[in-house]
Ligand binder design. Structure first.
Ligand code: UD1
Length: 346
């Protein structure tokens, strides 16, 4: 079966292409290389001994999307990653986010709804819960008013898919990711943030490698045991596997609703200071950091109730925080060409 992976050269997309190919699926990647590199194709091939088909298509171009589906009428399922994801940028340029994240989704669904059967997996985010009132967060926790245009595109995206599924052949799974980190254990693929990383783990690894002077810890006055904010950090390979299971669930018609939603996290919350300590343990080096004020828009804590994913999807995170951080560190060293100081080789 042939699966279309949009944004398939990005961080989560590329790891998902690997897992799909490992499970025997044929993959066509669509990516416009706006936040990814063509070299990722080679990394995928190095792991799976198979290069996925690749189309450099900008999904904002409706005609190109139509032409693609005319040409590739044998697509059995779509996993849609292609989207912009920087919260701050979305506040500064909201229309860019509505165009990139919403128009593209509409164009894809316009093609899919014409099919006799359509299977669709959507990259959503725990950001839809805002600051949930109870931890861990279940899928029934209310969706709260979005704090950024980026967050809003995830909420609107979920609603669009739900509306379309009601009146069409589209069956969908919405995967609400917690905080994806790490790299493939082969370090053939990993995260490639553009510019100064906004997310915690790439900032940590870039600090450790000497690209950044020190990590700023955003706030130590949160109502948490050590005062720093708590998140659920999930290894990207575990997250990628959840997509394959979600797709298989749709193919096997095991879904009980036309649109199902799953949290994808480990179920374990870690504070920023705990992440730093774990990173220091894994790498046997001190990480330069200082406490600064809170970052606007950050929630105090967010970690997943994973029971639904465990029992219904048959998925459970396998990797520990330490394993994920270790892979992120080896990847950073590889990217910067400093494999000689890799802790695994010392
Ligand atoms: C962020 C987005 C979220 C998005 C996700 C995608 C915000 C407010 N939220 O999640 O909507 O879905 O990325 O990956 O941007 N931290 C530091 N110093 C840093 C960077 C981060 O202390 O230099 C802290 C943050 O305050 C937070 C934790 O580390 O407590 C994780 O931050 P981050 O990796 O940016 O993820 P989220 O904010 O949870």
């Amino acid at each position: 079966m042939k699966i279309l992976v949009t944004g398939g050269l990005g961080f989560i997309g590329s790891h998902t292409v690997v897992e799909l190919q490992n499970e025997g699926f044929d993959v066509v990647v669509i990516d416009n290389l706006s936040n990814s590199s063509i070299e990722v194709l080679q990394g995928i091939e190095n792991i799976t001994a198979k290069k996925p088909e690749f189309e450099n298509i900008d999904l904002r171009d409706k005609k190109s999307v139509q032409d693609f589906f005319k040409k590739c009428s044998d697509i059995s399922g779509v996993i849609h990653f292609a989207a912009s994801k920087a919260v701050g940028e979305s506040v500064e340029n909201p229309l860019l986010y509505y165009e990139n994240n919403i128009n593209t989704l509409v164009y894809l669904l316009q093609e899919l709804q014409q099919k006799e059967e359509a299977h669709f997996i959507f990259s959503s985010s725990c950001t839809v819960y805002g600051q949930a009132s109870a931890m861990p967060i279940t899928e029934n926790a209310p969706v709260q008013s979005a704090m950024s245009p980026y967050g809003n595109t995830k909420q609107i995206g979920e609603e669009i898919i739900t509306d379309v599924a009601k009146v069409s052949s589209v069956n969908a799974v919405l995967l609400r990711y917690f905080n994806p980190i790490g790299a493939h254990p082969s370090v053939e693929i990993g995260e490639l943030p553009l510019g100064v990383p906004q997310n915690l783990v790439p900032f940590i690894t870039q600090t450790a490698i000497g690209l950044r002077k020190e990590l700023s810890v955003f706030g130590d006055d949160y109502p948490t045991p050590d005062g720093t904010a708590i998140r659920d950090y999930i290894h990207v390979v575990d997250l990628a596997k959840a997509h394959v299971l979600a797709l298989q669930r749709l193919f096997e018609k095991k879904n009980t609703e036309k649109v199902e939603t799953f949290n994808v996290g480990t179920g374990k919350g870690s504070s920023v200071l705990e992440v730093i300590t774990a990173f220091e343990k894994v790498t046997s080096q001190k990480l330069a950091h200082k406490i600064v004020g809170r970052r606007e828009g950050d929630v105090v804590e967010a970690y997943a109730d994973t029971q639904k994913a465990n029992t219904v999807l048959g998925w459970k995170a396998q990797s520990s925080l330490e394993e994920a951080l270790e892979s992120a560190w080896r990847w950073e060293q590889k990217v910067r060409g400093k494999m000689a100081v890799c802790p695994k080789q010392n």
